[in-house]
Design a protein around this ligand. Structure first.
Ligand code: GLN
Length: 192
C-alpha cells in the first residue's frame, strides 16, 4: 500500500484524503514540520488560498523541507492553489513559492464573474472528465524544452500539466466522484 501525504494546513485537503482512501491507499495528513520526516511515497498540495498556505509553510518552518523533498524527486500533485505554489512563475504576483515546475501561472485567471464554473473536458491519457474550477488559475506558458507535458486545456488555456515527478491541475478532481485523476497520479509512482 502506498502512503500519500496530504498537506493539511488550509483548504480542501479532507477531500483528497477521502479520494486516496477510496482508491485503497493510505492518506497521511501533514500538519506540522515533524510530519515531513515520516516516510511518504508522494504528497498532495490541495486547493485553498496559495498566499495563506505559502505563509503557513514558512511560519511553521516546513517550507524548505517540502521544497527539498520535491527537488529530490518526491512525487507531488498540486490542485489549484497547489499548482500556484509549485509554479516557477506567477505572472500577476511578484514572487513565486516552491519554484518547482517550469510553468508560468496566472492567479484568479477567470476574473470575478467567471470565478467558479464546471465543465467536462478531455484529459490526456484519461478521456473526458468533470472539471470544477473555483477562483482558479490557469497555466499561461509551459517550458516544453524542460519536459513539461500539457494534459488538458479548456478554452485554449492550459489547466493540467506534468513535469517529471510533478502533476498539477487548475481544477479540483477531489470535489467530484470521479477518481481517475488521483488514479493517474498514483500510477505515476514508482512501483514497489
Ligand atoms: N484563488 C486561489 C489562490 O490564488 C486558488 C483557489 C483554489 O485553490 N480553489 O490561491
Amino acid at each position: 500500500m502506498k502512503r500519500i501525504g496530504i498537506l493539511a494546513l488550509q483548504g480542501a485537503f479532507a477531500e483528497h484524503t477521502k479520494a486516496i482512501k477510496r482508491l485503497g491507499e493510505e492518506a497521511f495528513e501533514i500538519r506540522q514540520k515533524s510530519d515531513l520526516d515520516k516516510s511518504i511515497d508522494a504528497i498532495i498540495i490541495p486547493g485553498g488560498e496559495s498566499t495563506v498556505i505559502g505563509k503557513l509553510l514558512k511560519e511553521m518552518d516546513m517550507f524548505d523541507t517540502l521544497k527539498m523533498l520535491i527537488t529530490e524527486g518526491l512525487p507531488v500533485f498540486g490542485t489549484c492553489a497547489g499548482l500556484i505554489l509549485l509554479a516557477k512563475r506567477i505572472s500577476n504576483d511578484d514572487h513565486s513559492y516552491l519554484d518547482a515546475m517550469d510553468i508560468s501561472v496566472k492567479r484568479n485567471a477567470y476574473g470575478r464573474q467567471l470565478g467558479s464554473f464546471q465543465t467536462i473536458n478531455y484529459f490526456l491519457g484519461i478521456g473526458d472528465i468533470p472539471m470544477i474550477f473555483i477562483r482558479a488559475p490557469y497555466i499561461e506558458e509551459v517550458s516544453e524544452t524542460d519536459g513539461v507535458e500539457i494534459l488538458a486545456e479548456v478554452d485554449g488555456n492550459i489547466v493540467a500539466a506534468r513535469q517529471n515527478n510533478i502533476l498539477v491541475t487548475a481544477f479540483h478532481p477531489e470535489l467530484t466522484e470521479d477518481l481517475r485523476v488521483h488514479r493517474y497520479f498514483l500510477d505515476l509512482l514508482p512501483k514497489a
